[in-house]
Design a protein around this ligand. Structure first.
Ligand code: SF4
Ligand code: SF4
Ligand code: FES
Length: 273
């Protein structure tokens, strides 16, 4: 090998070593960024209408993008999806298979047919509304009538909280305060506040206006700790149930916060409004 060729080979080896060492920081090889894939377009039909959506969208978003409205309860576009209430259920048909899914969490798929107001959907929503009404007596009358929901079918438990979880997600995701959570399962499930954290975080939350109250569709969030701090007594419990103690309390909260949140659930004829 000539001197010139040897010099060329050495130089090439040096460059290779530098390229490898440039991708190492303190002995750690840096990962190579994966190729970014462009979102794929998806074609489906909703109530017989051809709809184009992007992969990753939910059925609810696809329907809303073409002006089809679906009632929702636990969904809030600024918060993570939760998929608990099932009021947004729709029927998805692929070939001869049909099933009911929650549109706020179900992703769009190529070639599916979606029905937002089929007979199956109506039956499903009727039961959901009856369950909600057992906890929250002021569900919109028009909505109840539309789906033939009959009050009193389920045992009443009017603590006014419909377990939508909006307050919990708001406190965790927006305020990063983690003062609220769920405990229990089934009929025992409830929202609790953790006094140790609440005492520290709530009195100053949004200037004393309690951010979670602005997303609670039923006015259940008690308002007493907005200005004075939670009144839990001297010995703090680990968790304290969040519930309104009377209709007056609910009315007061709703008057304070306003009436713009959940038109599906909020009654236009709520007493005192
Ligand atoms: S008032 Fe308290 S519980 Fe409600 S969002 Fe603010 S910090 Fe969380
Ligand atoms: S307190 Fe209000 S926001 Fe929280 S889960 Fe109950 S109804 Fe929903
Ligand atoms: S709005 Fe979809 S499950 Fe509640």
């Amino acid at each position: 090998m000539s001197t010139e060729e040897r010099e060329k080979q050495n130089s090439s080896e040096r460059q290779t070593r530098r390229a490898v060492s440039d991708r190492r920081v303190e002995g750690v090889t840096q990962p190579i960024a994966p190729a970014v894939e462009a979102a794929r377009q998806v074609e489906l039909t909703i109530n017989g209408q051809a709809v184009e959506a992007w992969e990753g969208m939910t059925l609810l978003q696809a329907a809303q993008s073409v002006g089809i409205s679906i009632p929702t309860l636990c969904h809030h576009k600024e918060l993570s999806t939760y998929g608990a209430c099932r009021l947004c259920s729709v029927e998805v048909i692929r070939g001869r298979r049909s099933r009911i899914v929650a549109s706020c969490i179900y992703p769009v798929e190529d070639g599916i047919e979606v029905l937002t107001e089929s007979e199956k959907v109506a039956k499903h929503r009727k039961i959901i509304l009856e369950l909600i009404q057992a906890r929250w007596p002021w569900v919109d009358k028009e909505l109840l009538e539309k789906y033939g929901a009959q009050p009193g079918r389920f045992e009443e438990k009017t603590d006014f909280c419909i377990l939508c979880g909006l307050c919990v997600r708001y406190c965790t995701e927006v305020k990063k305060a983690n003062c609220l959570g769920f405990v229990g399962r089934g009929a025992e499930r409830q929202i609790v506040i953790y006094p140790e954290r609440a005492i520290e975080m709530c009195p100053t939350c949004e200037g004393g206006n309690m951010g979670c109250r602005s997303v609670c569709p039923t006015g259940t969030m008690p308002n007493e700790f907005a200005h004075t701090g939670p009144r839990f007594g001297k010995k703090l419990p680990l968790a304290y149930p969040v519930k309104s103690y009377s209709e007056d309390n609910v009315r007061e909260v709703l008057h304070t916060v306003g009436d713009w949140r959940m038109p599906w659930v909020r009654s236009q004829t709520m007493p005192g409004k």
